[in-house]
Design a protein around this ligand. Sequence first.
Ligand code: SF4
Length: 399
Amino acid sequence: MAVPLMQAVRVGRYVLKQHLTGRKRYPLVLMLEPLFRCNLACAGCGKIDYPAKILNQRMSYQECLDADTEAGAPVIAVAGGEPLLHKEMPQIIAGLVARKKYVYLCTNGLLLEKKIDDYKPSPFFSWDIHLDGDQQMHDSSVCQEGVYDRAVKAIKLAKSKGFRVSINCTLFDGAKPERVAAFFDEVMRLGVDGVMTAPGYAYERAPDQEHFLNRQKTKTLFRDIFRLGKGHKWRFTQSPLFLNFLAGNETYHCTPWGKPLRTVFGWQRPCYLLGEGYAKTFKELMDDTAWDQYGTGAYEKCADCMVHSGYESTAVMDAVQRPWHFIKVALQGPETEKPMAPEISLANQRPASYGYDAEVARQMERLEGEDAKRGKPARGPRVRINGQSETPAPASAAK
Ligand code: SF4
């Protein structure tokens, strides 16, 4: 199974309990980004364009466990940046697994061979290896040759040592359904336990802005892929209803609070993809975020988003509300022939606002303040922002 039976049962029980107790918003998956630093610089990534002083920040072991205590989600995805660059990562994973959380450690695989013996196989732990398609697709996506081969080697090694392994496959404009289908066949042959797939989100800081999919292209691409996959027994770690959504058969609204993100900045509003401010506590995030201002149809930056961060929780909640529909799609697979479900109107979406530079300036000011208290020099490494200025000015000057 793509997901252990016990995991499916526990997550189902958790969701049902939230519904029965009338809790309006609750986390399904805690997203943890204990660092932004990465050893790759992918064309579609909007997470690593920070000054060195910020890239050098780490959430501690205790901060990671405290984030879990605050959120209380049954599943935790640890991402970044590249988590294997974090020295305390083995302790963080062991600590979360000891709490019987289902933990996915998202990695590009480059350091896996070196670090694998710091981790133990467990039904609660899975490697989640970044692989955006076949060799040519993936190496092009990560802007470096040879990464696909190393990721595949890492998958084989992890499987040989008894670990659960899934892959995380982001698709971009220009992906060919036949190649993606052949790639899914290949990873099944490699023995991966499950595939998590989604279209890339159009990060405003990503170096390549040309290859993000719009919603119509996303739906057509996934329909074509799923049509080719009929009878192939691909194992996905995602809800069948989320896959049905990707194929254009569900008019889902975003529930960004289903996958809250904690980073070195705090709790990110509103989701894993969009950084529009930070809350100090999980409660503050849940209580004080203007959730209805986000999602497709509500906000320009959400217009083309169909990513699991916002929509998989919607699919899981739909499964609880319409179990007969869930069972039908789980048995038959996503619909690929009938007319697509109506699309959400963008007529009333609010325009995008841009606060990246001000947020970076705020964080730099905070870090420099902390340095000053410890008696360190006021300025960190001099870096270039947007290819223009050096270490950013204080937040007050950036507003
Ligand atoms: S649609 Fe939802 S998940 Fe996507 S960017 Fe907007 S808030 Fe985030």
